[in-house]
Design a protein around this ligand. Structure first.
Ligand code: CP
Length: 319
């Protein structure tokens, strides 16, 4: 594998899942693979899980790790070509990227949507510049439109907990005080559409996701109806995708907060969220603390998804 930005990069999903469960049994099995290799993790945005799980994954594989927070201690980077650089950004990303590539073997990048320009965000300008100019394999640690390490961990978790071959998985919008990117819901939809699960998306009108991510999913505007018989509830907030309201919040309706009321109509569903989660906005204390909440094992599987992905990138170096 040369780069990892979306589900298609993994190839056969069943083989990737088998590899994940093999690594989960013995996460140091490939510790020699990364000897004398360096992973550089570049963060344009904050992180807890991605930072820790990816660093742990790299050490599982015997790698050295360099972490750089662009906004804390590095030069501020200009990302647009053609700009007269007379402002507050002293370095251009087009020099910075190949320099970073000179110090490592693999690069992970976290760069969220900035909500200023939908085309700029949806063209994945920043991570694609890393792919183009670093000379190194690059993987997404959440980009503008996708969060594939999270979605892979989500899939591993569903496979571990599902009680039937084809579970009903419902992704629900839930309220949040700030405008959040569509990367997690886009990506989750993309990965669920790559399975044969029954997949339903529910959200208030106006929160439609990019149709290319929605794919064949059923969209149901009535949240209670969507939850009926569900085996897994995947909650997430996202800001508006469509039209002039791109990046805006239309609703903070707490009727959409996942509570015992909605969970009661499910098939005793498991509750999932990528974290961090705003309690009593996205989900009530009762639901997230219930035995059906699997948010912690879901987060723990981030180490597994990252180990599989970095292992495959290391194997790609040898070809
Ligand atoms: N779920 C997730 O990516 O968490 P962090 O933003 O803390 O990395």
């Amino acid at each position: 594998m040369r780069n990892f930005t979306c589900v298609q990069d993994l190839g056969n999903l069943q083989e990737a899942l088998a590899e994940a469960f093999e690594i989960k049994k013995d996460r140091f099995k490939y510790v020699e693979l990364g000897r004398n290799k360096t992973l550089m993790m570049i963060f344009f945005n904050s992180s807890l899980r991605t930072r820790l799980s990816t660093q742990k994954a790299a050490t599982n594989l015997g790698m050295n790790v360099i972490v750089l927070d662009i906004n804390q201690g590095a030069w501020k980077l200009e990302t647009e070509r053609g700009v007269i650089m007379d402002g507050d950004k002293p370095e251009h990303i087009l020099e910075a990227i190949p320099v970073m590539g000179a110090y490592c073997d693999i690069i992970g990048v976290r760069s969220f949507a900035n909500f200023e320009d939908r085309d700029y965000d949806y063209q994945e300008t920043v991570i694609n510049q890393f792919i183009k100019y670093s000379g190194r394999p690059v993987f997404s640690m959440e980009a503008a439109t996708r969060h594939p390490l999270q979605s892979f961990a989500d899939l591993i978790t569903i496979e571990e907990y599902k009680k039937k071959d084809r579970p009903k998985v419902v992704m629900t919008w839930a309220p949040h005080p700030r405008a959040l990117p569509q990367a997690v819901p886009n990506s989750f939809a993309e990965w669920m559409n790559a399975t044969d699960y029954e997949f339903v998306i529910t959200h208030p009108e106006g929160y439609e996701l990019d149709p290319s991510f929605v794919g064949n999913a059923k969209v149901e505007y009535d949240q209670m109806k969507a939850f009926e018989g569900a085996d897994f509830i995947y909650a997430k907030n996202w800001a508006v995708y469509s039209g002039d309201n791109y990046g805006r919040i239309l609703s903070k309706d707490r009727d959409w907060t996942v509570s015992d009321r909605q969970m009661a109509v499910t098939n005793n569903a498991y509750f999932m969220h990528c974290l961090p989660v705003r309690r009593n906005m996205i989900v009530t204390d009762e639901v997230i603390e219930s035995p059906q909440s699997i948010v912690i094992p879901e987060a723990a599987n981030r180490e597994i998804s990252a180990t599989v992905v970095i292992k495959r990138l290391l194997e790609g170096l040898e070809k």
